[in-house]
Design a protein around this ligand. Sequence first.
Ligand code: SF4
Length: 309
Amino acid sequence: MSDIFNAEQRRFLKLLGLAVPGESPVLPLAKNQAASAPARAETKAEIPKSIASSLKAPEGIRALRAAAGVLSAPPKAAGVAQPVAPEPQPEIPAEPEASSLPDLPAPGESAEPQRLQQISASDWRDLQIMVHNCRACSLGETRQHAVFGAGNPRGSWLFVGEAPGAEEDRRGEAFVGRGGQLLDNMLKAMGLTRQQDVYIANVLKCRPPNNRDPLGPEVQSCLPFLQRQIALLQPRIIVALGRFAAQSLLQVTTPIGQLRGQTHQYQNIPLIVTYHPAYLLRSPLEKRKAWEDLQLAVQVFAAASTASS
Ligand code: SF4
């Protein structure tokens, strides 16, 4: 059975940590997990027929990758609003510039309407400065760094996670550490890179202490930043990583298991839901479902690109 997979296909499966028949699994992100009980269990699992059949033909992989725009950064579709041209990842000043500080509200006046108005009117650069100076919720007092996002703001794909973790908080970068490495491998399996095709952001820009779940008021305070990012980026597709990202963007309380496997819409942008990389590190058996979600995303992206061309 193992001879139905050529070298490229084997590498493709290994990137996601899926078992290749006749071989021991390779989990490039967590070598110490390779000997763990869940990982061993994964080696016994068979690759789903839908995935195996799509991998039998190398042209199938190339078609998926071409559809995902791996060969070159796809231009924005005609008729699709172009994003405000942001400078890719400009350096953020450590301290706010005096001229960048928002006007103070009048005595007795709530700062929130004014803040929301400034967010909705901001360009990419101003939005970055606002995030880095933000103290709108208590997380602004406990964070080390606010984390704005990472990747290519001109990319057609937007991946949205929950909140920075400890490593992200320490370094001020999005999706670094083991979760970030797994996400990069997920992107690689789709034929994407965060340098060229993808922008990555979180619902919360500051880390909740001890990685606790975000609180409702924190999401309410921070979500306008993500909404403005999406308005400026105008991605062709959004992939929500995990329950909080999906529920926050879709404004629902539906469990993630019911949100997966279908195409949602966020302001006329197709949105696919899958598991967060941090969850996949804890539950490697769910990687197969995540791969099915990513395949769906590639197909939806290809269909959206064809419809807009
Ligand atoms: S989590 Fe969001 S709203 Fe809260 S302080 Fe950080 S940037 Fe501001």
